[in-house]
Design a protein around this ligand. Structure first.
Ligand code: NIG
Ligand code: FE
Length: 417
């Protein structure tokens, strides 16, 4: 039985339609619908247009009337997070700010390995509870799709545990969680063997289980001095490709090299890129790999931002994600971070909003979200304001008053259902 709902009238509705996947976008290219409505049928958008016309044509629809001025945007897509973890790294943060570098702290036993230890100690129930709690906070802030990486397990059993946790957490939150296997986050300190042996073990033993148990279709690796080199990762990615996994890369965070590997392997995205130079920028711009800026990691580590302006001007596709993790990006507030990146990198509001909607959806190869158009998922967030420019201007301080996911009202500031 079909279930029609009409939400509106919106003072402004931004469907993010008709914009290119790659390159710069000016604000004048944005379509801004006025006195608009969204007609929802079950979990999808049936139509977007003038509120009165939709109300007259679909008189049977249940009306969700918006009193006062509201702006509607597609639900945000956060295409890179590590929200499944145990413990905290507040002490790392304090040490870094007192002068130690990220790599020094990692070498001294802090860093990723510390979170691995805490995550292994946590029970599955505890991890599920915390992942759901973080996902629900992001959902309330307008993010309806959240990528979540493993990578704090770093053994066959512990990586399976993390990916099962993420799968189960997905059933307990209204947000969609998209999992990624990041067993190649670093060489585990307790592995008795070489880097090559570890990667071989994961790709030959874990990859088939990921397929069999449908735990993920995405493989990520951290290509960096302190983690894995491009040469070490090549056979790992080759195997992943043969098995039809999508590839994504932690690339060019502190030193270059990762983005080249990402492009060579046709990765769906190359993320971080704080160290990328014009050579890497041009390489990415010519490819189909989405360049993903992670301003939360720049803010957490106190380092420079991804050269987002240059990537867009070179013709690249730019997504913006939170990288929410206990080490480098503890804040986990996508809208704040995207707004701050926009201010530092001189991005148009259109470029920032594209980076957290349809361009981020493309980084996850999801073509059913990130825009408000017929046939897309009815995932959208509503802000109590008269002008969409107010949203990024408030740098995350203006939160959604309503969030809809799959055609359901999942957050309502006035009345939590
Ligand atoms: O994306 N760069 C590597 N991985 C994460 C950090 C994870 C951690 O420090 O726990 C990142 O920043
Ligand atoms: Fe990351």
């Amino acid at each position: 039985m079909s279930n029609l709902k009409l939400i509106g009238p919106f003072k402004q509705l931004l469907p993010m339609s008709g914009l290119s996947l790659k390159g710069a976008i000016s604000d004048s290219e944005l379509t801004v619908l006025e006195v608009a409505g969204i007609l929802v049928e079950n979990e999808k958008i049936r139509s977007v247009g003038k509120f009165d016309e939709l109300r007259n044509t679909y008189s049977e629809a249940e009306i969700f009337h918006l009193e006062g001025d509201h702006v509607g945007l597609p639900g945000f897509v956060d295409s890179h997070t590590h929200i499944c973890f145990g413990g905290s790294r507040a002490n790392d943060y304090a040490m870094r700010n007192a002068g130690k570098t990220y790599l020094e702290i990692a070498k001294a036993g802090g860093g990723i390995w510390d979170t691995v230890t805490q995550t292994r100690k946590a029970s599955k129930e505890e991890l599920i509870k915390n992942t759901v709690k973080r996902a629900n906070r992001h959902l309330k802030n307008g993010t309806t799709t959240i990528e979540v990486k493993s990578g704090y397990g770093l053994s066959f059993d512990e990586e399976v545990k993390m990916l099962e946790t993420i799968k189960e957490a997905d059933t307990k939150t209204a947000a969609d969680l998209v999992s990624t296997c990041l067993a190649a986050h670093m060489l585990p300190k307790d592995f008795a063997g070489s880097t090559e042996e570890y990667l071989h073990k994961i790709s030959s033993k874990l990859f088939p289980i990921l397929k069999e148990k449908k735990l993920t279709h995405r493989i990520d690796a951290f290509i960096e001095e302190s983690a894995f080199s491009g040469t070490q990762i090549a056979p790992y990615f080759k195997k992943a490709k043969e098995m039809d996994f999508d590839i994504t890369v932690h690339a060019d965070q502190f030193s270059t090299g990762g983005s080249k590997v990402a492009v060579e392997f046709g990765a769906v995205s190359a993320d971080h890129l704080e160290a990328s130079t014009q050579t890497e920028i041009d390489l990415l711009a010519k490819s189909n790999t989405i360049a993903t800026a992670l301003p939360g990691a720049s803010l957490g580590l106190g380092c420079n931002f991804t050269p987002a302006r240059k990537i867009l001007d070179a013709g690249g596709a730019l997504a913006i994600a939170s990288d929410h993790n206990p080490g480098s990006a503890p804040m986990g507030d996508l809208l704040t971070q995207a707004a701050v990146l926009g201010a530092f990198e001189k991005l148009s509001n259109a470029e920032v909003l594209a980076g957290i909607s349809f361009r981020a959806a493309a980084a996850l190869r999801l073509s059913d979200r990130g825009k408000l158009e017929e046939g897309y998922l009815a995932d959208f967030c509503v802000f109590h304001t008269h002008n969409f420019n107010e949203i990024l201007y408030n740098q995350g301080n203006l939160k959604p008053c309503m969030v809809w996911k799959n055609g359901e009202l999942v957050y309502n500031k006035h009345k939590t259902p």
